[in-house]
Design a protein around this ligand. Structure first.
Ligand code: ZN
Length: 322
């Protein structure tokens, strides 16, 4: 009787919790979704991850709320991007680093010679997730970090990391092939701020941001005028708004180009510094890159490459029509 009850009770538990050691999931807090999602894919059921900044949130300007501080206080591992992406959070993160394992993921993962340097306070352009092959370098870093905290999960985490990395590298090739389908003279990406330099370098498309690397500076009339001139000269058919930025400046460029007799449309909203809504494919790192590529390729007259076999499972999981 007692045995039967035990068996019945075990049947109610998810299988995974039986296969884990006795430890509860590691409580991880990440600043941006592009780190939280990768960590979740790598850590699987051995960790539970919360992202501090949700969809549409601009990390350059973000300030910690009382809620965030409580969340950080409960964390066993804190992950942030670094390279000054989380400009306003620097001192808060430094404070927590003295009491909680805290990792700046990008500097710990990405070789210095792969970085794009920029002028001003930044030094390094922090938008590294835009090149999938570069961002894939955070996978082994996260794998090592999580295994250190949950050694009993090592085999699971290593297997997760390998599977996820394979998908990322397949996605990288797919983006490259898809962008290459755009005619060379139209292969230019005009956006509100300079978040796409790594994307441009990795996938061979010119990138022009109206604002600089950070959104902290104001856009001037001269910036708008210069960008409109460039749009007209290159006969650019579409420009893009970003989910984390007020579309006002992009609209001003469209209006200025129209005054010069050139019609340019909004080619859709790109995810620059935050992912899309939770529970949708756009709310994942891979989905964010996929959707950006789709918008860019369609607006600039290219055609999407067929998804590679390594991504078929992922696509059907999210019911993507491809
Ligand atoms: Zn940015």
């Amino acid at each position: 009787m007692a045995v039967q009850r035990l068996v019945a009770a075990m049947a109610l538990l998810p299988l995974s919790s039986l296969s884990l050691a006795d430890e509860p999931p590691l409580n991880v807090v990440a600043t941006i979704g592009m780190i939280a999602d990768v960590a979740q894919n790598v850590g699987g059921e051995c960790i539970s991850v919360e992202a501090m900044m949700g969809p549409g949130v601009d990390p350059h300007l973000y300030q910690a709320s009382a809620n965030d501080v409580a969340m950080l206080r409960g964390a066993e591992q804190i992950l942030y991007s670094g390279y000054a992406l989380e400009g306003q959070l620097g001192s808060v993160l430094e404070n927590f680093a003295t009491r909680t394992p805290t990792l700046a993921v990008a500097p710990a993962s990405i070789e210095e010679d792969a970085l794009i340097t920029s002028q001003g306070a930044y030094g390094v352009d922090p938008h590294l997730w835009m090149d999938v092959s570069l961002w894939a370098n955070i996978v082994p870093t996260l794998s090592d970090t999580l295994i250190e905290a949950r050694p009993a999960c090592a085999a699971t985490i290593e297997a997760n990391a390998e599977r996820y990395e394979t998908k990322l590298l397949a996605l990288h090739e797919w983006v490259k092939e898809s962008i290459a389908s755009i005619a060379e003279e139209q292969r230019v990406l005009v956006t509100a701020h300079d978040a796409f330099s790594y994307f441009g370098r990795a996938y061979d498309i010119d990138v022009e941001g109206i604002q600089g690397i950070s959104t902290e500076t104001e856009t001037g009339i001269a910036d708008i005028r210069n960008m409109a001139n460039s749009v007209v000269e290159r006969n650019v058919p579409a420009v893009f708004v970003e989910s984390t930025i007020n579309p006002r400046t992009i609209q001003a460029v469209i209006d200025a180009a129209r005054q010069k007799g050139h019609e340019v449309v909004v080619g859709g909203e790109l995810y620059s510094d935050a992912m899309g809504d939770d529970g949708t494919v756009d709310g994942t790192y891979m989905g964010m890159i996929y959707r950006n590529t789709e918008h860019i390729v369609e607006a600039l007259g290219g055609s999407l490459a067929p998804l590679p076999q390594a991504l078929e499972g992922w696509a059907s999981e999210w019911q993507l029509d491809t």
